[in-house]
Design a protein around this ligand. Structure first.
Ligand code: RP5
Length: 177
């Protein structure tokens, strides 16, 4: 499906620790495009480019960004470091893969000390999609268009479940059970 272009100043930033995270974080980008929310997307590593990450996080609010999404794998400190430098809401996405299948990234992202929260979603692509949806939900608190779009998105999810159940009933009609 072609992605509609986004318009307006970026409200959301998607950060990832490495370009190897892009196949996962692209799921978040696709969701934001679906909701026509302007966003930025960058590679920025908490370990390999710490000064760049800190500056980005400190400047983000002043540049008009409203929600920051940060995905990283393994010793996944990106979301936490970003959160340390801003009071914007930060959503953390643990990457899957690696020798521990993402459990390392999940724990590194979610186990923040009291006072500096990171809203951590599930490991991998579903988590990246939910990170974007959380960002949309936060923005929808003050945006009626987004609120309507979210309600339509939920209605579509419900319709998809009903359609899948109809298919299942066709495959296993009562007479064959
Ligand atoms: C993390 O290390 C990155 O977020 C990535 O998930 C992982 C591996 O990075 P590369 O070695 O592929 O650059 O910091």
């Amino acid at each position: 499906m072609p992605r509609p272009p986004t318009s307006g100043a970026p409200l959301v930033a998607i950060l990832m620790g490495s370009d190897s995270d892009l196949p996962t974080m692209d799921e978040a980008a696709k969701l934001l495009q679906h909701f026509q929310i302007g966003f930025e997307i960058h590679v920025a590593s908490a370990h390999r480019s710490p000064d760049r990450v800190a500056k980005f996080a400190r400047d983000a609010e002043g540049r008009g960004l409203r929600v920051l999404i940060a995905g990283a794998g393994a010793a996944a400190h990106l979301a936490g470091v970003v959160a340390a430098h801003t009071i914007l809401p930060v959503v953390g996405v643990p990457m899957d893969g690696g020798s521990l299948n993402g459990l390392d990234a999940l724990l590194a992202t979610v186990q923040m000390p009291g006072g500096i929260p990171v809203a951590t979603v599930a490991i991998g692509k579903a988590g990246a999609r939910n990170a974007a949806l959380l960002a949309v939900q936060i923005l929808a608190l003050t945006d009626a268009r987004l609120r309507r779009a979210l309600l339509a998105y939920r209605a579509d999810l419900t319709a998809q479940v009903a359609a899948k159940d109809r298919q299942l009933q066709t495959k296993y009609p009562p007479a064959t059970r």
